[in-house]
Design a protein around this ligand. Structure first.
Ligand code: F6P
Length: 361
């Protein structure tokens, strides 16, 4: 296809492994295909305002182990509903401006490294004629079509290590310990870290919980001699017949509420209803930070190399994906507006129950 110049962008909430993916795209483009790469800054905002840097070996050298993204990111900038600043009253559709910058820079393709939201926007940009290949990343692991996203493994390791540490103090003080993890609509991080840490109760957005049953479970454990309980809860989990708990109003730029507070709600209820002294730890953005695990570095490298192969093969409007143990591709259109939640017949739910974790329902 005569691909000579490629744009690259990282958008949405950051996660460990983004730099490894950037490195793989740039190195493969330059050394295997003799193509040039420019990196847009701060997510899709960079495409709208045409802010970018030329990528070369010097920029991607020594970054495989670094968390975050050297290009910057944003989860508040959508070219189809864009705010130039926070004073702007209404959003503007500036997607044509993004298309113009793609053309002005003589790009032959744009590689978008993003989660569910970014890949939805990428799918819309692809419909406007841009040659797009996506790479799925997010600690939430909720991108349709892929078995695992870049960043998920690192976040699960961080959360599991944190819960392991909380377990020792829980045991000393015979307490109820609630650990709140990220995960808005999908409970993958809480489910995996919950299983890996042997959490006694695991609560997910997919399964509204019954507080009375959780209290009963904690008291039953006490009767059987287990004087502490570890409760691993996703921020998007909610009690039956109640809304999710939020800490800030809807952000006009993202249309999303800021979740948070479910951990404190559970600890308070537990202590009031059972008398078991309870504490909460909110892991928050800790889960998005730090060095990627070797697994994520390898997944990111495989994804970046495959993305460049797809670009060179002229396969666009797709995202790279992991299917079993192989790297394949999947339609961007099917990813759009379609987060991958934990199915109620998931094997992971079955194994959690089999080993005695209570899922709150
Ligand atoms: O990246 C996804 C996510 O981690 C969600 O689980 C969480 O609700 C959100 O990001 C938090 O985003 P922010 O960085 O804007 O607080």
């Amino acid at each position: 296809m005569g691909i000579k110049k490629i744009g690259l962008v990282t958008a949405g909430g950051d996660c460990p492994g983004l730099n490894a993916a950037i490195r793989a795209v740039v190195k493969t483009a330059m050394s295997t295909y003799n193509a040039q790469v420019i990196g847009f800054l701060d997510g899709l905002r960079g495409v709208v305002i045409n802010s970018f840097v030329d990528m070369g070996n010097d920029r991607v050298s020594n970054i495989i182990a670094r968390g975050g993204t050297i290009l910057g990111s944003s989860n508040r900038d959508n070219p189809f509903a864009f705010y130039y600043d926070d004073n702007q009253k209404d959003p503007l559709d500036v997607s044509d401006v993004a298309v113009r910058h793609y053309e002005l820079n003589h790009l032959d393709a744009l590689v978008c490294i993003g989660g569910d939201g970014t890949l939805t926007m990428a799918s819309q940009l692809a419909k406007k004629g841009l040659n797009i290949v996506g790479i799925p990343k997010t600690i939430d692991n909720d991108v349709q079509g892929t078995d695992q996203t870049i960043g998920f493994d690192s976040a699960v390791v961080t959360a599991t290590e944190a819960i392991d540490k909380i377990r020792t103090t829980a045991e000393s003080h015979h307490r109820g310990m609630v650990i709140e993890l990220m995960g808005r609509t999908a409970g993958w991080p809480a489910l995996f870290a919950g299983i890996a840490s042997g959490s006694d109760v695991i609560l997910l957005p997919e399964i509204p919980f019954d507080m009375a049953k959780i209290c009963e479970h904690v008291l039953d454990r006490r009767k059987s001699g287990k004087r502490f309980t570890i409760i691993c809860v996703a921020e998007g989990a909610r009690p039956k017949n109640q809304e999710v708990i939020t800490i800030a109003d809807r952000d006009k730029r993202t249309g999303m509420v800021r979740l948070g507070g479910i951990g404190n709600y559970i600890a308070k209820e537990l202590e009031e209803k059972t008398g078991v002294v309870s504490r909460t730890t909110v892991l928050g953005h800790l889960q998005r930070g730090g060095s990627p695990t070797p697994y994520d570095r390898i997944l990111a490298t495989r994804s970046g190399v495959r993305a460049m192969q797809l670009v060179m093969e002229g396969v666009f409007g797709v995202t790279v994906c992991l299917k079993g143990s192989s790297i394949e591709h999947f339609s961007l259109e099917k990813v759009a507006n379609n987060p991958r939640i934990v199915p109620l017949d998931s094997e992971y739910l079955t194994i959690a129950k089999s080993i005695g974790s209570f899922l709150g329902d």
